[in-house]
Structures are given as C-alpha cells and as structure tokens.
Design a protein. Structure first.
Length: 672
C-alpha cells in the first residue's frame, strides 16, 4: 500500500454516539484520525478521549505478543511465547477442564471494551466456540440491564425517541446524564432546540459541566428519580394537563397509576428527593404546559436498587402528557431496541442447556469456575467488590486467559495473555445506542506485532482443538452478511457492500421518527403503567441510612471526562489532564469530618477502601460524595479505585448493579 488513502470506520467504545470516523493512511500507516463530517450525528467531531486514539494504538505499553505467566499471580511477570505455544497450551487445558469438570466450568467473561457486533459484546464474538464446548453463558448486566428491562416492561422495548429529534423539543430534561462528558454529540441538537426557545433542565446529584450549561439544575438525592417523576406528574394532574385521549387509546393500568401519582404530592416528592417543593412545582407546571417535552436518561440513572422502576416510571411521563404523539417528545435511553440485526448466538450448538453466570457477580460466582476467559473487559478495574475479585483471581486452580491490548490489573493475574487488535486494525459492524445509524469499520492498518482480532483468535483456537463445526470458521465478512440478513424492514437496502462503500447508513426509520404515536410493541399494543407499589423502589443507601448504618455518605461514581470506563486509564496525557483521583465533598460534610481541601483521604466501608484527594465543593449536596470511575487500580494511590467499596448487590430488575448506591465514610489519611 502506498500513497494516501481515506478509510472509513467507527468508534468502538461504550458511548451512545458511536461516531463515524475517517482514518488517513499513508504508506500503510494510519497517520490521522478525525470525525466524519458527512455523518449527520458525528458532524466531524470526536471527543477529547478518542482524539488520541491513534496515539493510543502506538503506546509503548501495547501488548504485541502472546505471553505466559512466570511470576506469582498478580505480579504481572510474563515471558513471550509463540501463538502456537499459547494455543496448544490453551487447547490442552480446555480439553482437560471439559473432561473433568464439564464445559460449564468455563466462564467466557466479555465486557464493553468494544461494542462491535463482530469483535465485541454486541454480537457473535466467540459465542459459537463456547457453545460447542458447552461453556457457561455470560449475562452482561453491568451497563444498562435494569433500565432496559424497566423500559421493556413499560413500552415493550428499550428503544425510544430518535435523539436527533431533540432539536424539535421545547422542554428538555437531562435526567441523570452528563451529556457534555458522555455522549456530547447530542448537545448540538439541544443547542438547535435552545435557539428555537427550548428550556433545558439538568436533574443530577452532581452539578456537572452539563448542569452548568443548562437553564436550571435540580440536585436530586441519588436513587429517588421515580419519586420525582411521580411528583412532577402530580402537578400535571393538578393542571388537568394529562392527555386523556392518548391515555384511553394507548395505555393500560392508568387508573391504578393515577392513584399512585396522587399519593405522591409535591411535598412528599420533595421530602424523598431533597429538591425544594417550589422547584418541583415550577418544573411540573412547565412540564404540564410544554409540548413537546423530551427526556434524556442514560445508564447512570439506573445503577441503584430501584433503577428498573425508576426508568419505568420516567417512561410513564410522555404517556401521561401525550408527548409520544409529537416529534421531539418522549424518552431517549437507548436506541438499541430499534436495531434488528440477525444476532444468532447458535444455542443449537450447545450439547445441553447450561447455566448463566452474572457479570457483576464475578467475585461470588467464580468458586466452581476452572477457566476464566476475559475479553473486552477489565473486571479488576470496573466490577463491584474488586477486593474479592482480586482474591479469586489469585487462585492457582483457576486458569485465566486474557485477550488484551494493554497490561491492565486483570492482565496481571492471567496465566496466558493474548494480544488483541484495536479498532483501526480489524473489521467490525456497529450500531449506536444513541442514534439510528449502522456503521462499518474497515481495517485501516496492519496490526502491530502479532496482534489478532477476536474473531481470528477463536478461528485459530478452534483449529488447534480440532473442532469440525463449519460455522466456527466463518470469515468476518460472512459474519457481517449474516448479521444483516434479518429481513426486518428497517434494514431493507442496507447491504454490506453499501456499508463498506459509504461507511454509515441510517436504518429505515422516518424523519422525524415518532415510534409510539400510534401504539407500542407490547402484547396489547399499549404502554403498561406500573401497578400500585411498583413505581418507586427505595435505594439500598436510603434503606441502610434509615436503619442506622454507621456510613452516612452516599457515593456516586460518574463517568470521567478523560477516561471511558477503564479505556485510556493508562494514557499518559489523559492521566495528566485527569490529575490525581478526587472525591467531591460538600462543605458541611467536610467540616463535620475535619477534611481539608486538597488533602488525601480514605473513602471506606465494610467492603474496602480507596484513596483520593478531597475537593470541597457545593457541586454535591450534603450527604452525597462523588468520585469519577475509570482509573486503573494499580495506577491509583493505594492500589484501588471506587469499586473497592461497591458491593455485589442486585437491583430490582435485570440484576442491575448498584454503582451509585453505596454508603461510605471519609477519613483523613494518617499524616495528611
């Protein structure tokens, strides 16, 4: 390859925007990366993190060759071996585990390091191989499970409004979402709406950079979102602003839900949420009188004990007001429910039914697992009860294989490390969960060293194990063709050839898209309101505080501006920009504990502790503290991050985790 080429691709990371990008290739090397100016959602812009992606592919700590552990587990000491040596050893160990313990003793642990339908968590990577072996299934609940199930119970799908329609909205509620840090491309559509007179409200326990730019900010107590929704709807009823025709034609359970709303007057909602009653009444009045109203609620809102109920109750708002009738009205959580690819995980290849292991229960469900295979994941940096996970990974009877790009904390505990490609080095198919486009990622450069894609790694391993199932050897392009072959009307005319040529295609949805103007994809065709008692589930922190817990501060762990989960956690420049870990503490809470601004503290509970520097700030209310996620434990003071104090605890739906539902205390470090 010589001269200059423009190669179209897509960002693979766990962000709703799934940007289209353009890679400039000179003499076979990727030399420039920019957002695709022709793609209507990306509009030429990438985020502060992904702007450094090409630099990241060339980082000096990139894993380039297969490796075998030579030191104690956790030491991170390895020797280079060949691919044949690595695959032969893996094949031998897997055969022995299946023969002695059965296939279910293998846990394929897949995360959201890439959202590709070929190489990552969204699709087929490795699933056929694991099914042939009879391995346990993996429930990827860490991100959006509770909220998705809450929306499904309400609307029959987690899919909602087209985020591009925010440009048509007159009232925008950014509910538990920091748009300018996590999915900033939506902000352009919000700006279009504001130019036409829209009012923007941020509802968040933290006064984020997005809240700074909103017209008003409501500092809600973590885990009380459903109570606020009920209080706002109480005002809508007082204003007689409910859409009776829409309720009669397109909903069920209204009579019981109406009684639940009436049982939550503004004063009660204020007591639960910590928001002044006057502010709730003012916003409720605005909601009653403003059509269309759009609500953006993303994954952080459902990471507590009542997360599923919260999303279900928030989804009731546009059904009561009739906003689903109007372009620019409704709720946007995830557009994934509008993606209808043919995702066949080939359960027919299983020799018998197998158990499902839960991603966020890694610490407690590893006991009888003999092989842990980690890919697109860094559980020691991103999963609850990190201390217990570390103890499990140190087991000598646990054979751990990690496919990775960088030497994460999880890699340090591997027996075998396999070098993985990055996005500019392999093919993949993507669909954003914050827009309605499919995107194709074309490989732009040869992988460095001996890195292999996920799909190619499993093809080679299948050969080393002598497996004869033909579908294990399908090429990436064959897998992509299969994914596009669902026959759903939304994919009519969307071919792989077209995607490879154009880079992105909007699925066949109208503009503007009003998905529930005429009904819902439920069995009855109607939106299903929560039954009495189902609309608000108190958080664990709320209940524990009421029972007299010695820990009095609710910790939330929002997304960092410079890291994406733990991706980029080792990038020198982004770490420099992020500075040392901080914990935001309200001045009243700091004074009560003798905390000094800028000094190092212990954030702790019965589960563990992490260290951070205090930032005394009114950006959090009394009783709430915040420390951003995404840091690698081994690159953090004390060797841990906030997941050390996050318990393995299921939410109300989908076994959703409670990353924002933990009581802690804060103590000055000795000598600080």
């Amino acid at each position: 390859m010589s001269g200059e080429l423009r190669v179209l691709g897509a960002c693979p990371l766990d962000c709703p925007d799934t940007c289209s990008w353009v890679v400039t290739v000179e003499d076979g090397a990727a030399v420039k990366l920019r957002g695709n100016p022709d793609q209507p959602y990306t509009r030429g812009a990438l985020c502060v993190k992904v702007n450094r992606y090409l630099e990241h592919t060339r980082a000096p700590d990139r894993i380039l060759y297969p490796m075998r552990r030579v030191g104690p587990k956790g030491s991170g000491r390895f020797e280079r071996i060949s691919w044949d040596e690595a695959l032969d050893e893996i094949a031998t160990r897997l055969r022995a585990i299946v023969e002695e313990h059965g296939g279910e003793a293998i846990w394929p642990y897949l995360g959201t390091g890439t959202l590709g339908y070929l190489q990552g968590c969204e699709g087929v990577a490795g699933r056929r191989f694991w099914n042939v072996l009879g391995a346990s299934k993996h429930w990827l609940n860490i991100c959006s499970a509770a909220g998705s199930l809450g929306l499904y119970r309400a609307n029959g799908t987690a899919g909602g409004m087209d985020p591009e329609n925010f440009a048509l909205s007159k009232l925008i509620l950014l509910w538990g979402t920091n748009t300018l840090t996590s999915g900033h491309h939506l902000w352009k559509f919000i700006q279009d709406a504001r130019a036409a007179g829209a009012h923007v409200v941020a509802i968040d326990p933290i006064r984020t950079r997005t809240a700074d730019q909103a017209d008003e900010h409501l500092a809600i107590r973590p885990g009380t979102d459903a109570a606020l929704a009920l209080g706002l709807l109480n005002v809508v009823l007082a204003e007689n602003a409910q859409d009776e025709a829409y309720l009669a034609e397109h909903t069920e359970g209204w009579a019981g839900f109406r009684e639940e709303i009436l049982a939550h007057p503004v004063e009660k909602a204020s007591e639960i949420t910590g928001i002044p009653a006057a502010d709730i009444h003012r916003l409720g009045t605005r909601l009653a009188r403003t059509r269309p109203t759009a609500i953006r609620a993303t994954m952080g809102i459902q990471r507590h004990a009542g997360g599923g109920a919260a999303m279900r109750t928030i989804a009731a708002i546009p059904a009561v007001t009739g906003d689903w009738r109007h372009p620019g009205g409704g709720v946007a959580y995830s557009t994934s429910g509008h993606v209808h690819l043919n995702i066949d995980r080939r359960d027919d290849l299983l020799p018998k039914p197998v158990r499902t292991l839960v991603m966020t229960k890694l610490a407690s469900q590893l006991d009888d697992v003999k092989c842990l295979w980690v890919y697109a994941a860094n559980p020691l940096g991103s999963t609850p009860d990190a201390g217990a996970i570390r103890r499990q990974l140190a087991r000598e009877d646990l054979f751990t294989v990690v496919m990775e790009q960088f030497p994460t904390d999880t890699v340090d505990y591997a027996d075998i490390v396999l070098p993985a490609t990055m996005q500019t080095e392999h093919h993949d198919l993507h669909a954003g969960y914050g827009h309605l486009y499919l995107l194709w990622n074309e490989a732009a450069a040869e992988p460095p060293g001996e890195c292999l894609s996920t799909t190619e790694t499993f093809r080679r391993l299948a050969r080393h194990m002598g497996l004869t199932e033909p579908s294990l050897y399908d090429s990436d392009l064959e897998l992509a063709e299969q994914l596009l072959s669902s026959g759903h009307p939304s994919l009519e005319g969307v071919t792989l050839d077209r995607l490879r040529k154009e880079g992105w295609v909007r699925m066949n949805y109208p503009k503007p898209f009003t998905p529930f103007a005429d009904g819902f994809p439920t069995r009855s065709g109607r939106m299903r309101f929560p039954r009495p008692g189902e609309a608000y589930v108190p958080s664990h922190a709320t209940l524990a505080a009421a029972e007299g817990s010695p820990y009095r501060l609710t910790l939330v762990t929002p997304a960092a501006h410079t890291f994406l989960n733990t991706t980029f956690g080792n990038n020198a420049e982004l770490r420099r920009r992020a500075k040392d870990p901080v914990v935001l503490v309200n001045p009243a809470d700091a004074a009560a504990r003798g905390l000094v601004d800028g000094r190092r503290v212990r954030v702790h509970n019965d589960g563990g502790e992490f260290l951070a520097d205090v930032e005394i700030s009114d950006r959090v209310a009394p009783g709430v503290v915040a420390s951003p996620k995404g840091r690698w434990p081994k690159l953090s003071p004390g060797g841990s991050n906030p997941n050390a104090v996050v318990a393995e605890r299921d939410g109300d739906m989908g076994k959703g985790p409670g990353f924002h539902d933990n009581l802690v205390e804060i103590s000055p470090c000795a000598g600080s």
